[in-house]
Design a protein around this ligand. Sequence first.
Ligand code: PMP
Length: 340
Amino acid sequence: MEAADNILELIGNTPLVKSHKLAANVKANIYYKVEYLNPGSSVKDRPALQIVLDAEESGELQPGGTIIEATSGNTGMGLALAAAIKGYKCIFVMPDKMSAEKIESLRAFGARVVVCPTAVEPDDPRSYYSVARRLAEETPGGFLANQYNNPSNPKGHYLSTGPEIWEQTNGEVDAVVIGAGTGGTVSGIGRYLKEQNPDVQIVAVDPIGSIYYDYFKTGKITEASTYLVEGFGEDIIPGTMDFDVVDEVVRVDDRECFLTARRLVREEGIYTGGSAGGAVAGAIKYAERMDKEMNIVVIIPDSASRYLSKIFNDDWMRENGFLEEDWNEDVVADLLATKT
Ligand code: PMP
């Protein structure tokens, strides 16, 4: 029988796919590391599993316990997958800007989902960080996965994503471009690859409104403003973000994230979301600036299916000012009504 014993065994070993159309005007080869092909449809399956394995080993997570986490959705999916196989309960706390698809997919796993306001300070008792912390204290058998400070988060990438990139490129990777949220992906991959070859450039991508870019440039913590793209950028500097392995931070705005995500789906069949759009837009800007032959790997964190009501909904895009084309139902109706 060629069968996995359970779905968790299929986490990782995602493919690299060469970019053709979006990278057409740069000298670099750009490769997509397609993380939405993980069983929970995102890059966060890897750290989620590592967090659960390490907490079982340390005894922080006991049989029949409850996993609690503040999550933009994807870490929750990874934790819920592990919980399903291993028999834990889950409570997830999410900011209210997250898509309905993400909330519903967590509920599909039987998780309890608590939705909190996005536009409050991180130390406000209503913030999703604070609510998750309080729930973990008050729930018997509760274990806070704590992806923002848990070293198992970058470790998951240090042990799997980093080595995969090194092997898949035969060590000929020159740069990796990664949207930074908790920083687990960029820090774990960065640390592993720099140990193999310190010249590999690690480029973090940051949405405008997040504090990473300014912090990287000036060392100062500025105030965040809200932005629409989900899953990356932060209003805090998490313990899991290791700027020592970051060579550059490239900024992108919501429009670039969303329009590039739509191009990825339509032109390359890469069925992904806004943070991948941002990472690819950032990679192209970086490649334009470098203007030389090189191999760039871009992390494609999650799936378009999580954003059908937003990025891939023309009305939502138009309402938010991201689509300028005037192809809408009224125009179609007028055209159909026009007699020739
Ligand atoms: N993109 C998406 C869609 C995500 O959910 C996340 C995780 N929050 C990231 C990018 C960033 O990954 P990390 O937390 O490892 O920095």
